[in-house]
Design a protein. Sequence first.
Lengths: 136, 136
Amino acid sequence: MDPWYKIVTMSSEANLESVLEANGVARQLIGHIGDKWSLLVIAALGHEAQRFSRLKARIEGINQRMLTRTLRALERDGIVERNVYPTSPPTVEYVLTRMGRDLSVAVTGICEWARRNLDEVEASQRLFDERAARRI
Amino acid sequence: MDPWYKIVTMSSEANLESVLEANGVARQLIGHIGDKWSLLVIAALGHEAQRFSRLKARIEGINQRMLTRTLRALERDGIVERNVYPTSPPTVEYVLTRMGRDLSVAVTGICEWARRNLDEVEASQRLFDERAARRI
DNA sequence: CGGGATCCGTCGGGATACTG
DNA sequence: CAGTATCCCGACGGATCCCG
């Protein structure tokens, strides 16, 4: 089976099934980490264990419910690990697993792209909107 | 400004603002390509120009409306270019721009991660669900 | 062929209140 | 402190029909 980048960089007549397979992979991927907060939580976690309230403070705009949900989903996927220490009040720490750390590295490429191209994207948007406004 | 990977790999007490900045970048990113179809369209495009109906055939499960919307959004972002040839019936071709090709390369890392870890993710999910079922 | 317009269901996600 | 439980809404996305 051809890896994804081959599909991306040399999509030809022949490998329709490969595209479909990539379809499935990307679908899974988007299902797991493509929601609004997952990437931010992964970024905020870094490689050191952090407590719930600390994460909530680091991630601007998130509320308890969404942080809990996101952490649960990531835990279910094996991307973060949850450790409870039975103190009083309870202490709960979250830390990236091996898979989580790998993912945070992989995310780097996308984020660097975003960082490099955000200005150009916004410029393109303004141009597009301007033209659209004139046509109407 | 520190790049994203530094935030990810060395998140410490000091760089809260950096996390917030990453917050914004990731937010933009998710807003642009984090929807259900963008990555699939980018993958299906590859580096060669393709017509609307061809794309629709390559991307399993998409309908005209969503393909149109996704292509418009990507065009607005400067990620794909739309070329119309005034033939009859009309011919419309889509092709990745320079930014789009860069992005498709960056996406590779994430997709490779997904490909490598999908089995482990699914195993983790089963384990998690099984445990959850026992506790109840 | 390559769309645009419209209707409509679902579901992600926010606000708020309560709990061990 | 670290959640769980409800309520609610707006946007995303699917189906269908129409058009140049």
